[in-house]
Design a protein around this ligand. Structure first.
Ligand SMILES: [Zn+2]
Length: 283
């Protein structure tokens, strides 16, 4: 499932072929994904210039000249394919249509953006740009982890007195938006905090120290996504999934990478999600 760094990488891949460009044709090949598409979606997209491509949490937001914003959620399996880019940054020939191509946007430039989603947990919606922040999917989201509102005093206040494990607190989208299972595991490893520790038992100082670690973990993944983006440009134009190297995620039974630690990465299930951690150096 794409997390914040993957979504940001997709946004960065789409930006050069969408921003400032006009949607010449839109094709919507089914009535819904996770939810029904908005009414008259084709008409509301056709002829619109994309003013800006933004990201909020795991959502991509395309502000249109009409004053509406197109919200795109990749869901579990959503992929974006870019073809026909006239500048040759992405694959040039349009591929044959595939079964799960649900939305196809042809830009005036000749570039085509295809949204393919076999499992259909993705979503698209249209709303007035001015009301973006009150959209039901966005209204309850906490601050962006890379933004200024996510800071040491804020996180310390949010963890204080909380009885849930710190892992669950960091996954709570009302506390911080866009963090998923993988990057919370990686953050807690770098912070040497056990995922099982109660949030309220973490000192204010340690809670505050989590903030720069969260940012570093996400920025490292975005940087890695950027390098895979360069590879994708030369390959098949597909954006959405990247191989990252993780310190703990998916490494159950392997040696801990902390210098001087002879621990073995363990796995524990919390709220139905696997937490990977080193029981030796994460306390
Ligand atoms: Zn260790």
């Amino acid at each position: 499932m794409p997390e914040l760094p993957e979504v940001e990488t997709v946004r960065r891949g789409l930006a050069p072929v969408m921003e400032g460009q006009v949607i010449a044709r839109a094709a919507v090949n089914r009535p819904d994904l996770r939810w029904p598409f908005p009414p008259d979606m084709v008409a509301r997209l056709t002829g619109q210039r994309v003013l800006m491509l933004r990201r909020r949490s795991k959502y991509i937001l395309a502000d249109l000249g009409s004053g509406e914003t197109l919200l795109i959620h990749l869901g579990m399996s959503g992929r974006m394919l870019i073809s026909g880019d006239p500048l040759g940054r992405f694959v040039h020939a349009h591929p044959a249509p595939e079964k799960h191509d649900h939305v196809v946007l042809d830009m005036e430039s000749g570039a085509r953006i295809t949204f393919n989603d076999p499992r259909r947990f993705g979503a698209m919606d249209l709303m007035p740009t001015a009301t973006t922040e009150t959209h039901p999917l966005l209204a309850k989201l906490g601050p962006e982890p890379l933004g200024n509102d996510f800071n040491a005093p804020y996180l310390a206040a949010m963890l204080r007195g909380r009885n849930t494990p710190v892992k669950s607190a960091l996954l709570d989208q009302r506390i911080v938006a866009g963090l998923g299972n993988i990057y919370v595991c990686e953050t807690l490893f770098r912070a040497r905090i056990s995922p099982r520790r109660r949030a309220g038992n973490i000192s204010g100082k340690r809670a505050g120290a989590l903030v720069p670690i969260v940012r570093d973990v996400l920025r490292d993944a975005i940087t890695a996504g950027g390098s895979s983006l360069r590879d994708f440009r030369q390959a098949d134009g597909e954006l959405g999934y990247f191989q990252h190297s993780f310190d703990v995620y998916g490494r159950e039974g392997e040696a801990c990478r902390t210098q001087g630690c002879d621990g073995v990465i363990g796995r524990v299930v919390q709220s139905g999600r696997s937490s990977f951690y080193c029981p030796r150096c994460q306390r």
